[in-house]
Design a protein around this ligand. Structure first.
Ligand code: CA
Length: 721
């Protein structure tokens, strides 16, 4: 993909409880009759009624998106614009992980349930940060290379005494919420294919909803429902057709089949994975999921005779009882750019043209903000929320985007916005119904798309049909991010907060007039929801990509967030990811749960600095080998170790790696000696000549770094901006 160079390239019940305060027995006896504080209700008492009414229980955070509408809005207002400056760390909890953290913590009955890298689940006391239990599903490390975008996990679901987690290797596990002991476990995927699970499950009417990812490597997407009590599969909906020579699983797929041509897609999988968004409207009895990009990305390879390729890059409304498709809206027909529509889906009631409408809102990767009627799937409006160059607009008559000339890269490499990282990715947006604003963690990144002309399917490897060696380097000025306060009725930004790097954290909106968001450069901030002014900001020591949640315990409001740089951009992002790491203090990556409250005075434990000091390696380097190594590096290594051989601090920076420049390199790369750490064995694809060339290329990049370090610092080399 991108190659070298400077950059990357790439309750309404307001916390009624004054009653939360414990009083001494004699005082209580003397006081007039006052109801005792109700014990916080735990996971045992999480049922359908409580999940439907999650918004009226702001002291808890019951589901991934803060309720079935996924608004991520809390009516708690004890922390507000007037006092947020007094916010401080209540406690931190070390996950003992060094990879990306993407989970939103659930908080139920005084316990925080969250996840970390490698699908590990943590139960932590919500007042003290003391660990109650920890469950490690022991994901085999060789699963790591199946994950396009780091070994991340976005969190758990809670229901009737159980905590549910999807593991990277495709299992769905039900844990006893009190002990963390597994009660049942189901393998939800064909583990011989490169499926992974990173999403948080959701429980809807007694069924656990779970999808999976893997479309970069090549899989057929689907979403499944498992019985929460027994773990039995209730239904499965495939999002793309199966074997074109066979009858399809259901009428919706029979309808989809003619929108595909050729049969390459079937061998590779077709894609359309359901790897993140799920929302539910109990009144309409509709379950909403988003589907991902095509496998491969390039439509010329995937469906050479054209076609929209249903149901890629679509929003699907399904019956939660049966998985039957009720309606669909395809955001990106004939996807060609990894423009998934799995991004966070928010349900809300808006007044549009004087009419109250039950809407669904999504800002998928393709850069358009969509407002749909969620009963029918009717497109109400669509407008680009970031700069886009692949389409001019969405035609309101057809509901289809109108592509520009450069959108097609069949014949020539094209620099296109948004990038495959999306105008918006999985980082959840939030909605403040009082202000009528959606807070979108947006990315502004350009990308050079080029067709892989001699495409060969490599089972188990990346199969996106894009040439890693085409395209010019993307200048740093074309790699940034911002927080957008979006008015979904007017379809325009109310305010915007720019960030030096993309890939900032998900958002939380509160009735205190605040938006909480972490940043790529290692801070956590409270922002005035109406104006976009930063009211409070604190260093976190590592980039924050996850979304916060909030809860109330014993009369105090807390805000919790997972801090741990990584995910797709954290790994691949090259110099922008490195600049984020340096902005965060240049520390070794270290994952933590951070919990804040007014007057909190705890400190984040001291973090170890990452050293990038190197010396040059003497000797002439053959430019032909440097060039060949650049090619091979960006085909095999850059997705994890960073474009331009620049690491953002999550995985080793090869320029500074002692192991890389030792005799251990061959055994590690070709024989899989570090498989236990997730480093794949590459001999099935990579040749010894390629490895030799990569060594030359990395030596050249190391020598460049050494020369920079020897030169006096300049503004230009300081990173960030
Ligand atoms: Ca993708």
């Amino acid at each position: 993909m991108k190659r070298a160079q400077p950059l990357m390239a790439l309750a309404i019940a307001i916390g009624l409880c004054a009653c939360g305060q414990q009083e001494p027995p004699d005082a209580a006896a003397a006081a007039p009759a006052q109801a005792p504080a109700p014990a916080p209700r735990g996971v045992d008492a999480v049922d359908d009624a409580r999940l439907v009414a999650a918004a009226s229980e702001p002291e808890s955070w019951l589901t991934y998106g803060g309720g079935y509408a996924e608004q991520r809005y809390s009516t708690l207002d004890a922390i507000h614009t007037g006092n947020v400056a007094q916010l401080g760390l209540a406690f931190s909890y070390d996950t003992n992980t060094t990879r990306g953290l993407e989970a939103t913590p659930l908080v139920i009955g005084g316990v925080i349930y969250t996840t970390g890298s490698w699908s590990i689940v943590y139960a932590v006391d919500a007042k003290t940060g003391k660990e109650i239990w920890r469950y490690d599903p022991k994901v085999p490390p060789e699963t790591g290379p199946k994950a396009c975008c780091d070994v991340v996990n976005r969190g758990v679901a809670a229901y009737q005494g159980k905590i549910f987690v999807g593991t990277l290797d495709g299992r769905l596990v039900a844990l006893d919420a009190k002990t963390g002991i597994p009660l049942w476990e189901k393998v939800t995927v064909d583990q011989t294919r490169p499926y992974t699970i990173t999403m948080a499950p959701r429980v809807v009417e007694g069924k656990v909803i779970i999808g999976n990812g893997g479309a970069e490597l090549g899989v057929r997407g689907y979403v499944s429902a498992y019985d929460a009590a027994s773990g039995e599969l209730v239904w499965r909906f495939y999002t793309v057709p199966g074997d074109p020579k066979q009858p399809q699983e259901n009428p919706a797929l029979e309808k989809a089949l003619p929108t595909w041509t050729g049969d390459t897609w079937y061998e590779i999988g077709g894609g359309g994975t359901v790897w993140d968004a799920v929302a539910f409207d109990p009144e309409l009895d509709l379950l909403y999921v988003g589907t991902g990009n095509g496998s491969p990305w390039a439509r010329k390879i995937r469906s050479p005779g054209g076609g929209d390729n249903l149901y890629l890059s679509s929003i699907l409304a399904l019956r939660p009882d049966t998985g039957e498709l009720v309606w669909h809206y395809q955001t990106t027909p004939a996807d060609n750019w990894d423009y998934t529509a799995v991004q966070h889906i928010i349900l809300a009631d808006l007044t549009i043209d004087g009419q109250p409408r039950k809407v669904l809102m999504q800002a998928p990767k393709n850069g358009f903000f969509y407002v749909l009627d969620r009963a029918t799937g009717e497109l109400l409006s669509a407008k680009n929320y970031v700069e886009i160059t692949w389409a001019t607009h969405v035609d309101m008559k057809t509901g289809r985007p109108v592509e520009t000339k450069i959108a097609n890269y069949d014949d020539a490499t094209q620099v296109i916005k948004p990038s495959p990282l999306g105008g918006h990715n999985w980082q959840p947006m939030s909605f403040n119904p009082q202000l009528g604003l959606v807070y979108i963690p947006a990315n502004d990144i350009a990308w050079a798309f080029g067709l892989e002309k001699k495409f060969v399917y490599r089972p188990g490897g990346w199969n996106n049909g894009n040439d890693p060696t085409t395209g010019d380097a993307i200048p740093r000025k074309d790699v940034s991010g911002r927080l957008i306060a979006w008015d979904p009725v007017k379809q325009e930004a109310r305010w915007q907060l720019p960030y030096p790097q993309p890939w900032n954290g998900g958002t939380l909106a509160t009735a205190g007039g605040l938006v909480f968001q972490g940043s790529a450069h290692g801070t956590f901030a409270a922002i005035d929801a109406a104006s976009g002014k930063v009211l409070w900001e604190t260093p976190t020591g590592t980039g924050v990509i996850a979304a916060p949640s909030t809860y109330e315990l014993d009369g105090e409001q807390y805000v919790a967030v997972m801090a741990g740089w990584g995910g797709a951009f954290g790994l691949v992002g090259g110099d922008a990811s490195q600049a984020a790491n340096e902005g965060a203090g240049g520390n070794k990556n270290s994952g933590r749960l951070l919990v804040y409250k007014l007057g909190g005075s705890a400190q984040i434990p001291a973090l170890e600095k990452l050293s990038r000091e190197v010396s040059a390696i003497a000797g002439e380097l053959d430019p032909a080998h440097v060039k060949a190594g650049n090619f091979a590096y960006h085909r095999w290594c850059a997705f994890c170790h960073g474009v331009g051989a620049q690491s953002g601090g999550v995985l080793p920076d090869l320029r500074t790696s002692q192991l890389f420049f030792s005799d251990a390199l061959g055994p590690i790369v070709m024989e899989g000696q570090l498989l236990s750490k997730g480093m794949p064995k590459l001999s099935q694809w990579m040749t010894q000549q390629e490895l030799d060339d990569i060594r030359v290329y990395i030596t050249a990049k190391r020598n460049e770094l050494a020369a920079q370090q020897a030169a006096p610092p300049t503004r230009a080399s300081a990173g960030g901006n």
